[in-house]
Structure formats: C-alpha cells, structure tokens
Design a protein around this ligand. Sequence first.
Ligand code: ZN
Length: 315
Amino acid sequence: MKNTHKALLTVLSGSFALAACLIANSAIANEVTASTQSETTTIEQLASVEQVLKQVHHCNKSITIRSQALSRDKVATACHQLIAQEDKFHQIFNSRNKPVGDDNNTSLRANFYSSNAEYVKYATEHFNMPTNNGGMYLEGYPERQGNHAEFVAFERNGGLWNLSHEYVHYLDGRFNRYGDYCNGLHDDHAGPEFCPTPNSSYPHGVWWSEGVAEYIAWGKNNPKAISIAGKKTYPLSELFNTSYNNNNNGSDRVYRWGYLAVRFMMENHRDKVEQSLVLSRQGDWTGYQNLMRSWSTSMDQQWFIWLESLAKKKK
Ligand SMILES: [Zn+2]
C-alpha cells in the first residue's frame, strides 16, 4: 500500500477516507511524495489539460467524456450506459428538470487519463487534487456560475472503473442535495475540498450518498453487499451514523452496508425517504437530522428480518 501503483491495484481492500468519491485507499504516506512530484513537474511546465485530454465527446447535454486515449467503442458504450442510468435516476426520484436551488452544475465532465502513471503525472496540476487514489468526483462550487462538475480517473485494465457510481454522485448532488460537498453532513477534511467546519453531530449523510450511488449503479444485483447481509453487523439506526472518519467508516460499512440501508429504505419506507429528500434538497440539515433522530430504532427489527430474507433470496 505504500507504493502508489500497487495501492491502486488493490484499492478495494483499503480503508476509505476522502471526499464523496475518493475511490482508493487513504495511503497517506503518498501525499507528501505526490505534492513534491507535483512541485517539480510544475516547474517543468506540464502540458495543459486541453493538450493532454484531447478527445472530447458530448454524450448528451449533461454528460461529456474527455480522454487521452479512449477508443470510440468505449466512449460509445459509456455514453449509452450513463444515459440509461440518468433515465433510471429520474424515474426513481421524479427529478428530471428539477435541480436543487443555486445549482449550476448542468453537466458532468468525465476525464480519463490513459494510465495510472499519466493520472499521477497530471491530475494534481490539472485539477488541484490528490492522486493517491483511483479517481475522484469533484462537485466544485455548484452555486458559482461557470462551475463544472468533474470526474477524474484513468483507464484501468482497459475499463472505466466506477464511472456509474460516480455519475450517481453527480445526479444526487444536483437533484437531491443542496449545496457543495462541504455544505453537507460529514466529518471529512481531506482534499481537494478541505472543508473548514466539521459536522460533529450525527447522523451524517454518508450512508445515503454512497449507498444511493451503489443502489442505482448495481440495482438488485450487488452480490458483494448481499453476501454480507446475513451477518446483520449493524442495526439500521447505527448505519445512519456512518461517516468517512472516526470509527464509523471502512469500505464495507460505507459502500456495502450503505447499499443495503438505502435499498431497505427505498423498498420499505419510501415515504420516509421522500420526507428526508424534501429537507436535503433545501439544505435544511438540522431538519434532516431531527427527522432521522425521530426514526430512532423504530425500523431496526424490520431491518434485521429483511436482511435475513435477502440473504436467503440472494438478490
Ligand atoms: Zn462514492
């Protein structure tokens, strides 16, 4: 895990720590190295992002794919997949053409370097972000005119790993959650946002953000999450306190248990989800926390029964 290249190949086994979309482990030791390299290469005047990510393809009005070397087939497949996912998201949340207030993120640009080496070489300079990870979603400042939401990653084994999950972050951020990343409920201070004020009180919004990204990306077919459902590791009421730091994190908890929690709520308590969305779309985080606290442990028994049945059905 100390070597950036090796770490990136084993990302899923790491402990997840960074912002909404950091894919890889938190190999903190690499941050110093990465910034030192960045300073050196900046002096050498790196090629600009437009020069490096020369290929630009607009899938539709809300999705652009920019890349160093993606084949036409891969771009076409990715566009098809993302457009289908966008439709699915809006069907589920009835959110088409209804962004939250003050949101200028009219489109997402997905940026792909051709390899991890190229990503490490350029992404910090081009996007002011750490590269000790497998890719990041950068919501930026949606309230600012001209802001552009960016997903930045690299081709891995010829694939566009995690693109579906990241795209849901974009949609969720634009249609379900008011404000920029730091505006929401979490305790993350990592770059590129370096949010100044933590939200120390629970619940946070991480169970939803990461859970809904997994839920929309995988649908009912998420074997890795379903395989651990029968363990009944956490009461639902405890999963609402999932965050990126403290002791409430870890990739299983954030991604797999997040998926299970969101799926349970969507399938069994959609009315409560809608109540929470009314508040999150307004950025009323105090109201959001009060609502969730009022749920308390009321759904825990049903949750455990549901987990048992899911573990038996296996989908
Ligand atoms: Zn994510």
